[in-house]
Design a protein around this ligand. Structure first.
Ligand code: MG
Length: 293
């Protein structure tokens, strides 16, 4: 190939790549991968919970905090099953990572790093991190932004080394004054620009904060690696009260989402989780079909 034809080919290649990127068509086909937080699944042991998830067609389980002490139990329960650890729901560590007290911040970062290494060992897609709930920080959002831009790059580098991610989770205004919308978390991810810093979307919080569920998911799309599922009013299982996930799911299809959709919700009092959890998965499958673009 002479230089001229090489250049021509390259230019054509670039033009083709640009066409794909500027078109909103996703590069991967979206899939509904169902998961649940461990505490929502009925079962006397982790093994029983995993067996129930398998029977109900789920492929993920989300674990609480940093389950480092349970590694053997978890590996044993998952062995030979299609269930994977979707994420670790780690939280805010009482706002320590955005504290102005250097010792508190240092300890918070150290503990998040340890959770990231556990997540890596378990093959989880990420560790869910909330910078602060109400009353955990009195700094204004601009100051909190600065702190995140300071602490997240090295955390992202470490997360990437562990083959996992920090997942920023926006919450509704009843729970925090900071990061309420997917777009706000996306802006942090964009600025940090690390493969180890990503975000998640919680359909319950989104139903309270986002005016357009599809647009919110698209705004977070490039960094979206986990989704939480609950109804908007009572934060219970899908199907236990009127709630449509279709608009949000349409967003997931548009960005070619292939991560997990994980139940993080209560259950209506007096109802049986052995009946209601599989029914919730069925409701989600039906709504996923309705969200076809
Ligand atoms: Mg959540």
């Amino acid at each position: 190939m002479n230089r001229r034809s090489f250049l021509r080919r390259t230019a054509v290649g670039l033009a083709a790549a640009w066409t794909v990127r500027s078109d909103s068509a996703p590069t991967t086909e979206a899939a509904l991968n169902l998961s649940s937080q461990e505490s929502r699944v009925p079962g006397a042991s982790l093994k029983e919970k995993v067996a129930n998830l398998v029977a109900w067609g789920a492929t993920g389980i989300e674990l609480h905090g940093n389950p480092r002490a349970r590694l053997a139990e978890i590996r044993d329960a998952l062995a030979g099953t299609p269930i994977r650890v979707s994420a670790l729901c780690w939280g805010s560590h009482k706002g320590d990572l955005v504290s102005t007290d250097p010792e508190r911040r240092r300890k918070g970062i150290e503990d998040l790093r340890d959770a990231l290494s556990t997540a890596g060992e378990l093959g989880a897609r990420g560790v869910i991190f909330v910078p602060c709930f109400h009353k955990e920080s009195d700094l204004p959002p601009q100051e909190l932004d600065k702190i995140l831009l300071d602490i997240l790059p090295p955390l992202g580098e470490y997360a990437a080394k562990c083959n996992t991610r920090v997942l920023l989770e926006p919450l509704n205004q009843r729970e925090t004054f900071y990061l309420n919308r997917v777009e706000q978390a996306a802006e942090i991810c964009r600025q940090v620009n690390s493969p180890g810093i990503a975000l998640m979307a919680d359909f319950y919080h989104m139903s309270r904060e986002e005016t357009d569920q599809t647009a919110a998911i698209i705004a977070g799309g490039p960094w979206l690696h986990h989704v939480h599922i609950a109804t908007g009013k009572s934060r219970i299982l899908p199907g236990q009260e009127e709630h449509s996930f279709v608009e949000g799911m349409r967003g997931l299809r548009k960005v070619g989402y292939t991560g997990f959709c994980s139940l993080e919700c209560g259950i209506r009092k007096g109802t049986d989780p052995m009946v209601e959890v599989p029914r919730a998965f069925e409701v989600l499958r039906e709504q996923w079909k309705l969200s076809v673009l």
